[in-house]
Design a protein around this ligand. Structure first.
Ligand SMILES: [Zn+2]
Length: 281
């Protein structure tokens, strides 16, 4: 779990996690976080020169146009242009990673889309397969435009997906979300999704029975409902309560005003009753 209260610490923690979990390599990558009008970004060559041990003090802070507030902008990777363009184009995005995840990169090198075959990937990115950008010069304005275009396509979902991810042929990925933990889980689940597809081929070959296609697409209403916490009992269900009483479940009891006080009173009475009983022995 990244420390959301301390942004520099969270970037340092995510850097270690990405490398430890094989979601990037030492060839490159960068991590950034937006906090209001400020952008925090990992220094260039974090992988190549530091094997992703990113010191908190080395993280550079700038405004939205890369004007420095803390640190030297010369220490920022040229790929940062894509991070800044993402923040400029998507107001709700507050965390962007560029990394080199092996299994997703296999699909990128083959110029192939990655179909969604895991619940988590479908939740964060929708049912539309992960697609590739064009082959462009890394860190160029054209690459930034191509990533934005790819993300805009995914944003056509209703409701919009919580995260965005695209594959760069022969290179790696860009993933973006509203905060670092969501960006991390999206990247991790997308990599596992790619591994599942590769293992499907290894385990089942071309057996048509190994059908990983989505058989039931969720409606927009159903996808909205995933975020809601529902009851586990129907009103009217009769059961024995934690205090040994026969009780009829009446719905959202926990939300009724005064219920917490009632519960505290009941627990106190029960504790006193038990103490009295023990003393009486
Ligand atoms: Zn890269």
């Amino acid at each position: 779990m990244a420390d959301l209260k301390n942004i520099r610490k969270s970037i340092s923690q995510i850097a270690k996690l990405l490398y430890d979990k094989d979601l990037t390599d030492s060839c490159g990558g960068n991590i950034s976080v937006r906090d209001g009008d400020k952008i925090y970004i990992s220094p260039r060559r974090s992988g190549e020169s530091h094997q992703w041990v990113v010191e908190e003090d080395s993280i550079i802070v700038t405004d939205l146009c890369k004007v420095p507030l803390i640190g030297d902008v010369a220490d920022i990777s040229r790929e940062a242009i894509i991070h800044y363009h993402i923040y400029q184009n998507f107001e709700d995005i507050n965390a962007v990673f560029h990394s080199h995840p092996f299994y997703i990169m296999v699909y990128g090198a083959a110029h192939m889309d990655i179909p969604m075959v895991s619940e988590a990937t479908r939740h964060f990115l929708g049912d539309t397969p992960i697609s590739c950008t064009e082959e462009l010069v890394p860190g160029s304005k054209e690459m930034a435009d191509s990533v934005i275009e790819n993300f805009n396509q995914r944003r056509k979902y209703d409701p919009p997906t919580p995260a965005l991810l695209c594959n760069l042929p022969f290179h790696g990925v860009f993933v973006a979300s509203k905060e670092v933990n969501h960006a991390f889980i999206t990247l991790e689940s997308a990599e596992r999704n790619a591994r599942m597809l590769i293992h499907r081929q290894l385990m089942f070959g071309n057996d048509p029975k190994a059908d990983l296609s989505i058989r039931r697409r969720l409606t927009a209403e159903e996808r909205h409902s995933i975020e809601k916490v529902g009851e586990v009992c129907q009103p009217g269900f009769t059961y024995t309560s934690a205090f040994g009483e026969t009780t009829t479940f009446g719905g959202r009891q926990s939300e009724k005003p005064g219920n917490k006080q009632d519960l505290t009173k009941k627990i106190t009475e029960e504790v006193l009753r038990q103490l009295k009983k023990q003393r009486g022995k």
